[in-house]
Unconditional design. Sequence first.
Length: 308
Amino acid sequence: MSKLTIEVFDAKSSKRPPIIIENVSPNDSILSLKRKISAKSHLDIERISLRPEARGKNIPDEKLISDLNLSGATAALYYRDLGPQIGWKTVFLCEYAGPLFVYPIFYLRPALIYGAGAASKPIHQAVTIALILHSIHYLKRLYETQFVHRFSNGTMPLRNLFKNCSYYWGFAAFMSYFVNHPLYTPPALGSLQIYLGLAGFIVCELGNFSIHTLLRDLRPPGTKERKVPYPNSNPLTLMYNFTSCPNYTYEVGSWISFSLLTQCLPALFFTLAGFIQMKIWADGKHRNYKKEFPTYPKNRKPIIPFLC
C-alpha cells in the first residue's frame, strides 16, 4: 500500500476545518498518527481520541493504519478532544489517601465532631478494630497503586479526580461519623460477630491482594497485553475458577465483613454502592474476555460465583 493523506475531522463540530496529515504509512500506528495531529493542533496526545466515525468507538493506540481498511489516496478519520487529563496513578493516590486521613479524625478528635463531652466516652472494641481495618485497607490500596498495578491507560479525564475523591472521602466521613459516634450501638452478637467480621475482612483483603499480584505478573511491564488469568499456586486465587473478576469479589467481601463487624448501616450503604459499580465493571470485563478469547472458561460468572 502507498502512503495516505488522512483528513482528521472534529467529531463534535463539522464547521471546523480538518487537520490534514500527509505521507501516512500503512505501518504507522494510531499513536504515531496522534503525535502528528498533536503537533498540528497543539492538543496533548492524551486528549486525542481517534475514531472511524464521528460517533464511533475509540481506536486503540496500538492499531496500525493498515488495520483500519481505509480506501483511496485520501481517507477520513474523526478526533475528539477528551479535555484535560490526569494520570491514573495520581487519581488513585489522591482518592485512597483521603479516607486514610478523614476516617481517623472522628476517632482521634471526637470533641471536634460531637462536642466536648465525647472525648470522655468509652470506646468500644469494635470501633477500634474498625479504625485499624479501614486504615489497613487504604494503606494496601496505596501500596498496590505504587508498586503492583500496571495501568493499561496512562490518563483519565481530570474531572474524575473530583468525582472519585468525593465518593471515597465522603463515604469515609459518612461511615466514620456513625461508627465513632458516642451513641454507637455495639454488634448484637458481641465478640462472635466482631471476630467473624474480622476474619472475613482479613481473608478477603489477602485474596484481593493475591489477585492483583497475579494480574500484575500476567502483563509484562510497559505493555497492554491481555491473557486469560488462571489460578496459580496461591489457594486464594482459586476464585478464578468461579468468577472473571475475583478481585471485585474479594473487595465486596471485605466491606460485607466490615459492615458485619461494625453493624453500621452507612458501611452497608458503601458496600452496596461499591458492589453496583463493580458489578458493572465486572460485566464489561466478562463480556470482553468471552469476545476476545473463544476458549474462555464457560463456568465463570462476572463477580458472584454461580450466580452473576
